[in-house]
Design a protein around this ligand. Sequence first.
Ligand SMILES: [Zn+2]
Ligand SMILES: [Zn+2]
Length: 594
Amino acid sequence: MTSNQLAQDQLYKIRHSLAHVMAQAVLEMFPTGKIAIGPPIEDGFYYDFDLPRPLTPEDLTALEKRMREILQGRHTFQRRELSAAEAKTLFAGQPYKIELIEGLEKGGVDEYGEPTDAPPVISTYKHDTFEDLCKGPHVANLGEINPAAFKLMKIAGAYWRGDEKRPQLQRIYGTAWQTAEELADYLHRLEEAEKRDHRKLGKELDLFSTEPDMLGGGLILWHPNGGLMRHLAEEFCRKEHLAQGYDLVYSPHIGKSTLWQTSGHLTFYKENMYAPLDIDGQEYYLKPMNCPFHIMIYQDKLRSYRDLPLRFAEWGTVYRYERSGVLHGLLRVRGFTQDDAHHFVQPEKMPEEIDFALNFCLRILRSFGFTDFTAYLSTRPESKAVGELADWHTAEAALEAALKRANLPYEIDPGGGAFYGPKIDLKINDALGREWQLSTIQFDFNLPERFDITYIGEDGQPHRPFMVHRALLGSMERFFGVLIEHYGGAFPVWLSPVQAVLIPIADRHVAYCDDVAKRLKAAGLRVEVDASSERMGHKIRLAQKQKIPYMLVVGDKEQAAHQVAVRLRSGEDLGPLEVSVFEKMALEAVVTKL
Ligand SMILES: [Zn+2]
Ligand SMILES: [Zn+2]
């Protein structure tokens, strides 16, 4: 076990134990309260309660105080096994526990009501005065828990067993760590994440909006600032694709049911697709993927081994069903544009094609400022996999070899591949160390077979190509969500909707500012003049809030010397620079994507 796993284990026990301690404190506060379930979770724990009144923030403070007192008792956890009848007597008056005990008695579910294969054993753990239905593990003694390293975070509503027809309970979330420093660190990361929330910044920087009532959930409106950024990103990527031998294609948003039957989507993917449209008595479906269209383009003529690899790329807008409860800003949506591509490859050329795709993905991601990657190699699913075992092994080996050659740290996800082939998922780590999945590179043995596509080989005979499905940034929506949070809205100069704002100190400097703006615009920079009658300090604050990279302040001195006083959005002051010097500096930042 690594020290990291040990820490995780100890944290798990701390969090689990604190859930018990919290339930004790809550029952002391509300002797008639009912307790439901209280598992450890990532970063902390929660417990669900049915209480005579709504909890308040003051209650949380009081509960925390009482929990600290309980911890000082250094109580140990005593385990015992009970028969169902004994357990029901012990938890008489606790209907949620009785229901859980009945579940345990029948088998198949654990003490949280989750499915399990474990044999039904009913056990409890008791510390101090509180005994709970539980299978552990906990800390040996409450003295192991640092009373300064936990915090009750919030109160939320939660339905019993997640079922909205069952009673609504009050859930208290807590976070717990080994040291007070770790707790402070966690709270700081939360605060940073909140400041960087792409939904909040999306509004402040006027990048995009969603409107569930009138428009519908999970559908994104790109505003001019966001639209410009997306255009810049796509334009850059399209040029790179063309330079690397991709062909750009376009395909429709809908296709006949026969297409989706052939592709297998109506068999394997229907729950993610929307209900069909009726056109002249025929069923059409909104596309959840672009693959079948690209295959049809491939099929339109006879292909030779000399034409391969063929790489069709499309910024294709697809629609997939997501439950309304999981929709989240730009990160979980129902309509999105994938930067999708399909490579048609001779089977024996797959290794170099994977190398190519992986290196291309890494290069583009680095261009957006991401440098910290983790890769996952997902291998053949045991139960459901099409194609020859030998092909799978070749493909997995090719993927793994490519990861090694690219010098990427990677983990194997055994059995995590798609039914049609193994894949590499690339995740980036953002400025807060959070992991986001962006690129995916997938092998496919299945669709070429289903659509019966071929190429004429050197031997003059038809052969079956393999396919690579590849999304690079993933979806433009999700990618922008990640980009906004990574940069906290302070985008690199090349992507900033406004790159520089000229700030005249007085009216008599406006004409000079207009001249400078004209010159910088002619050089290709996006520049504005803030000629409003506000004070300079106010204009600077406004520009800083808009996260504009350069603020160019102009007074008498600058005007006389053909200069601008350059301030960065970080607050750094570069002092007066010749306009030509600033222009060179800004253009350099654009070219180098800083
Ligand atoms: Zn427990
Ligand atoms: Zn595809």
